[in-house]
Design a protein around this ligand. Structure first.
Ligand code: SF4
Length: 605
């Protein structure tokens, strides 16, 4: 087999056993990598109803066949587990360099099972694998942990996937961090790592990934890299302004959720845009492994010095979502969230929920404590104060650490939680892009934009421009195509930002050249469809009630937009959802029928 090692590492933290397992080409052709491998093992080996924090929950750290190759953005890995935030599948992916290093060490994936009774880290140096004590690292932030590991191991070139204090303290939206500022952020995967007392996985590899036809692969990679470089977004806007290039675009289009989605345009958007950040703070951009796009930002702040980020989503979540305008405070807050190790989208969403609960009088100052900053829209003090409290689960931070849904439930204001399946929504108001709304509602991991980025066709015009308020069959089919395509791109080990410039045929070309296979685009998309359905199957087995939970917050379905170009619109989900189920080949109540399971080869799971 090319582009794979065919090797999976299994580490049991309860009894300390370490095993090497193998897979063959038939398995690879069925599941491809990352999300595919992860969902296979979870469905095969785990009861989907387990408590996410129990030792019976498994965590899979998986690469794809293109991870560690020279394919553009080929550095991704994914963490797959049962989410403590949603109770359903979590698959959080990250760039940086950890994924590629894991591949260089000769492993395609790691299955972590059980739980240790004291803090540990896993140290992988090619074939050599050890479980080491991490008691001295417990409590350290992301950068402190990484520095301490480099010092202790005596090798500056190690890469680590690790948790900060938020993960240790089981904050339900804690992230797994790597390369200090890269995060497998969503769904609380860092908290599952914390529940296993696993502080870090450290890797050092010395191998090279072999592809089927080196000359052909190099020429295909060059062609696709050129395509990305020549694209105005992948080769222009993203390298120049980072993902924050979207702030002005999305705000001008009237989709920039403001004050917990009460408004859809922010009066101060320009001051927190990618353009403003580049003018004031940018030192340089920073690409992940093998990435020609380089959307990562390295910024310098007088108060803080050098830091990385924030991304578009983080600027919004910690900014407009909470009515906050001060870009320097947002950058500092993002830095803190990285150091403590938490997902900035859910963090910002949880704070915004608290803001509205406070505004509506459901949450009172006495609930917060006399000296705690009040949740008033635009109060920057809230950011720094509560991020630390959340990470340490101190005072009111303990309640915020439960995430926006559970917080809103505690204060009788569930309608003010802006999320899907208990996960906070990202930075696009779907009343201005209704296909994106259908994507949110049907996403296997809850409120998430990235697994079906319908903003591409509806706003940015990739692969072609679609009317954001069209809800025709074509739109619904596009949502499904984007979901399956994203599953394929993730499973391959690439970054979804390559969709600015590349289409489904381009991924087929790279995969076939690397793997020596001759699969058609349709066959690759079928793998994406299989992964999507397998994740759905996991959710159904975990107790998902589709007709109740494939939905959006009431506000987005019933309250028309108050300002901007989408004024008067809501999401007409009730007209799209039945079509979505039908085109997916599911039942009218959102279940997967036996014949569909058979068609996708999921009937044994
Ligand atoms: S586009 Fe950005 S996030 Fe994606 S791999 Fe490149 S630098 Fe990383």
């Amino acid at each position: 087999m090319y582009a794979y090692w065919g090797k999976i590492l299994r580490v049991n933290l309860t009894d300390g056993t370490i095993k090497e397992e193998h897979f063959d080409e038939k398995f690879a052709k069925k599941w491809l990598g990352t999300r595919g491998f992860g969902i296979y093992y979870l469905l095969k080996e785990m009861d989907p109803t387990v408590d996410p924090f129990s030792p019976d929950n498994k965590m899979i750290f998986a690469t794809g066949p293109l991870t560690g190759t020279t394919a553009p953005t080929g550095g991704r890995y994914m963490v797959i587990t049962k989410s403590p935030l949603t109770g359903y599948i979590a698959m959080a992916n990250s760039g940086g360099f950890f994924g590629a290093e894991l591949k260089f060490a000769g492993w395609d994936a790691i299955i972590v099972e059980g739980a240790s009774d004291h803090p540990v880290y896993i140290y992988i140096n090619d074939e050599s694998v050890e479980i080491r004590d991490a008691s001295h690292l417990w409590g350290k932030t992301s950068s402190e942990t990484e520095a301490a590991l480099k010092e202790e191991i005596g090798d500056k070139r190690i890469r680590a996937a690790l948790i900060g204090p938020a993960g240790e303290n089981l904050v339900r939206f804690a992230a797994v961090m790597n390369d200090e500022h890269r995060a497998a952020g969503r769904g609380g995967v860092g908290a599952v790592m914390g529940s296993k007392k696993l502080k870090a996985i450290v890797v050092r590899g010395h191998k090279r990934v072999e592809v089927a036809d080196r000359a052909k692969f190099t020429s295909v990679v060059k062609e696709k890299t050129d395509k990305l470089r020549n694209d105005p977004t992948a080769g222009g806007g993203l390298p120049k302004y980072g993902t924050a290039v979207l702030v002005n675009i999305i705000n001008q289009n009237g989709l920039y959720p403001t004050r917990n989605f009460q408004y859809s345009q922010f009066e101060y958007a320009e001051e927190q845009s990618g353009e403003a950040m580049a003018a004031k703070y940018l030192v340089r951009n920073k690409p992940c492994y093998a990435c020609p796009i380089g959307c990562g930002r390295v910024n310098r702040l007088p108060t803080l010095g050098i830091t990385e980020g924030p991304e578009y989503e983080s600027i919004w979540a910690l900014g407009a979502h909470n009515g906050i305008n001060d870009l320097a405070s947002i950058i500092e807050a993002n830095h803190l969230a990285d150091e403590y190790g938490m997902d900035t989208i859910s963090l910002g969403g949880t704070l915004a929920t608290a803001m509205e609960l406070y505004e509506k009088g459901l949450l009172k100052q006495e609930d917060l404590g006399e000296d705690a900053p009040p949740f008033r829209w635009g109060n920057t003090e809230v950011l720094h104060y509560y991020i630390e409290k959340i990470a340490k689960r101190e005072g009111f931070g303990d309640k915020l650490a439960e995430g926006g849904y559970r917080l809103a439930e505690m204060y009788n204001g569930v309608e003010y939680f802006m999320g899907v399946k208990k996960q906070e929504l990202p930075a696009y108001d779907p009343r201005g892009a209704e296909g994106h709304g259908l994507g949110y509602a049907t996403n296997n991991r809850g409120g998430c934009h990235i697994k079906q980025y319908m903003i591409s066709p509806e706003i940015l015009g990739y692969p072609y421009k679609m009317d954001p308020h069209d809800i025709s069959d074509e739109k619904v089919k596009m949502v499904i195509l984007f979901q399956d395509l994203t599953a394929l791109i993730d499973a391959a080990g690439l970054c979804v930002f390559t969709t600015f410039g590349l289409g489904a045929d381009d991924y087929r070309d790279m995969l076939n050249a690397a793997l020596g296979w001759d699969l058609s685009t349709e066959e690759y998309l079928k793998i994406g469809e299989r992964i999507w359905n397998a994740e759905r199957l996991f959710n159904l087995k975990a107790g998902l009630d589709p007709l109740k939970e494939d939905t959006l917050p009431k506000r987005l379905l019933e309250e028309p937009v108050k300002n901007g170009p989408n004024k008067g619109h809501v999401v007409r989900l009730h007209l799209m959802l039945p079509k979505y189920y039908k085109f997916r080949g599911w039942t009218e109540d959102g279940k997967i029928p036996e014949e569909k399971l058979k068609e996708l080869g999921l009937d044994e799971l």
